[in-house]
Design a protein around this ligand. Sequence first.
Ligand code: PLP
Length: 435
Amino acid sequence: MAEHAMTEHAPGTSSFETRCLHADGHEKPMNSHVWPIFQTSTFMFDSPDHGADLFAGRAEGHIYSRIGNPTVQAFERLMANLDEGVGSVGFSSGMAAVTGCLMPFLRAGDSVVLGDTMYGPSISLAQKYLTRWGITVLIVDSGNLSEIDRVLHTSPPPKLLYLESPANPTNKITDIAAVSAKAHEVGALVAVDATFATPFFQRPLALGADLSLHSLTKVSCSSQHSPPPHLAHPHSPTTSLQYIAGHGDVIGGVVTCAKEEHVNTVRTWRKDTGGILSPLDAFLVMRGIRTLPVRMEQLNKNAIAVARFLRSHPAVEQVLHPVFDDFPNHQVAVRQMSGFGSTFSFTMKAGYDAAKALLENVHLAVVAVSLGGVDTLIEHPASMTHCGVPLDLMRQQGLTPSLIRISVGLENPDEIIADLAQAIEAATAAFPVKI
Ligand SMILES: *Cc1c(COP(=O)(O)O)cnc(C)c1O
């Protein structure tokens, strides 16, 4: 049933925006306009033979919601379409998706190449557990093609190259097409965590990667909070608050594969380890996807405005945003992405004390981890999201103690800038820049 709409809205025949709204299939159960939430743990068999046929793969249908669920599958079809893969596998968190990209493809004796800049827990997962299970973890400057080449030609050849682009938190850019070509020469698979870009701005599989993954926590949602007292407008209609509710309520992840055999590998891993996305979360992510293009366009604009302001500020040392033409691999970013998302980092000239004071003095921006949502979040990676990264690796990444990560939201950009300006002023008053 949904197959008809999927073909009609195949990538290349309809725009991304249209596919966000129509590629989940027009024919839904009971003429429902949106996909219903199948909140059931199990499904009834017509007969013992029917049950046996389903388990043996001789019949199509639903068995048990840890294996598959109609709402989750509807999301997976939509996601595979948007991410330009043959199939997607929904997970209960971004980290469950990261695990699903690594574990089923590796065994003791193998080696895996990791980019040197990535989400803290992803590095921890590799360094804490993969090594314990006899897998060699090689960490490489993924922005440097000759170093990638050297590491790929170690013996035995690595099985998998795993990277983030743009990477969390410094936005480090890797040339996905070039590294994929190099990895494939030695038979290694390429997995790209593209959480920072979302499929709207970048599609790793179209660039040659084998697996693309996203933390859905970031794709579709954000933290929800009440406005700070100075913004609580006495006449604001209550509907605006209802508008906000509905975001900030999902933890999820997804892996999209370029080859059918990999879809099966990742799906079987998920069945055996149990980390499937819940039907309710699949529903909420599908709701978020309907407005993904408009949110991403505006977030991209707002983030660029904020990045330009910070770059012009004398108390700010560096702004790590790929829009600037002196940002490393800026040309690659422009080639492989159609926009930059909302999250970037910057450093303070007066060091850690000033960075902390800035966070203490923001009023509009919320001090919280997560990113890509509808409101502005700000955090300190060295003590928060990336606190598990070993110090030498932090240094290699440029993750300094004065680095602040901001996920710019959909507030009026002038007001985000004004908030940061006053917080920087307060921070600089307490900790002046030494000249
Ligand atoms: C947050 C994040 C993850 C993990 O996602 P969760 O949904 O929090 O488990 C993975 N990769 C990147 C780049 C992230 O920012």
